[in-house]
Design a protein around this ligand. Sequence first.
Ligand SMILES: *Cc1c(COP(=O)(O)O)cnc(C)c1O
Length: 404
Amino acid sequence: MSASVIDFIATEARFGARNYEPIGVVLSRGEGVWVWDTEGNRYLDCLSAYSAVSQGHCHPKILAAMVEQAHRLTLTSRAFHNDQLALFYEEIAALTGSHKVLPMNSGAEAVESAIKSVRKWGYEVKGVPDGQAEIIVCANNFHGRTLGVVGFSTDPETRGHFGPFAPGFKVIPFGDAPALAEAINPNTVAFLVEPIQGEAGVVIPPAGYFTEVRELCTANNVMLVLDEIQTGLGRTGKLLAEQHEGIEADVTLLGKALSGGFYPVSAVLSNNDVLGTLRPGQHGSTFGGNPLACAVARAAMRVLVEEGMIENAARQGARFLEGLKDIRANTIRDVRGRGLMLAVELHPEAGRARRYCEALQAKGILAKDTHEHTIRIAPPLVITGDQVDWALERFAAILTQDFS
Ligand SMILES: *Cc1c(COP(=O)(O)O)cnc(C)c1O
């Protein structure tokens, strides 16, 4: 490592809150699927900033939209109208088939906003007694880091010593429809769930699960809130992961790739009257729906469709998954994925996934471990077949080593 690399890392450690433990690489440039470190080494990005950079690093059309808008108008607050918000609404509604849109910034804010909205809907439309609304969530969920959200996490690391937490949440196992049926009562306003649990290690529920979930929610007048912040916008090979299940959520949450990684943009989408319960002054955000965010998001959605990234995610995801399954290595316990949301789970005896990620880094691939034994793989959706094969060669080389 050169002196400058050590300096960046040491300075971060000295001044920064140590709430992350990054891999020892300092990045300074990105283009498409590639990123470069300060020493000029090139890496294939197999994390894509947790799927926020699905359109590839520094996509030229999103960049142009951002620069153009930044020259004109960046922030008005919602105290006034701006000439980008209506266009953003129209385009995201057309793309996703939604009727109402609430623009926010981070993913966690979209989750918090959805919780507020479904509770309000519960009291004002469903008729739940005030203060009694319940929301059902799943074990091993990940919905962000705000206080409200970590309060219903089941991960001790995520919630430990951050309480006390707000009541009103009930936890059931993921992928278990009978457990949902049992948990619903007259005060249940919503079921909040990820279509595929990303942070838990790319956990795909059994086939038919979401059909049953949809039926249970409809039968009991419970809002189905799908957190598609990670699975949405093409990551799984469809625009929304719900399309694999042939269902429609009542409320859909988007974030991450909604800006192609340029800017924090999130949105709550609903196809019924949930968002309609919010009246002026009852919810807001200084930056939510700002013209810069809207211009960036419009371009990010446009290139996703125009450049065939969703179809490419399906095609290259299948190639990647097949290639990973072909690797014969006794370090591998399971390989799974949908589209370009993939994971390799290692046998516990094979050693920590972190060691494999560090070895991949030395071979020019950046990937991230999750939960000790799982390597998550989520490259930008613009990856080519040759690049997938290039990555597979390196994964094969590393996974046949033993780091235990
Ligand atoms: C990343 C993520 C969030 C939180 O998004 P932030 O922008 O980090 O607040 C919420 N839900 C899911 C499923 C995510 O992957």
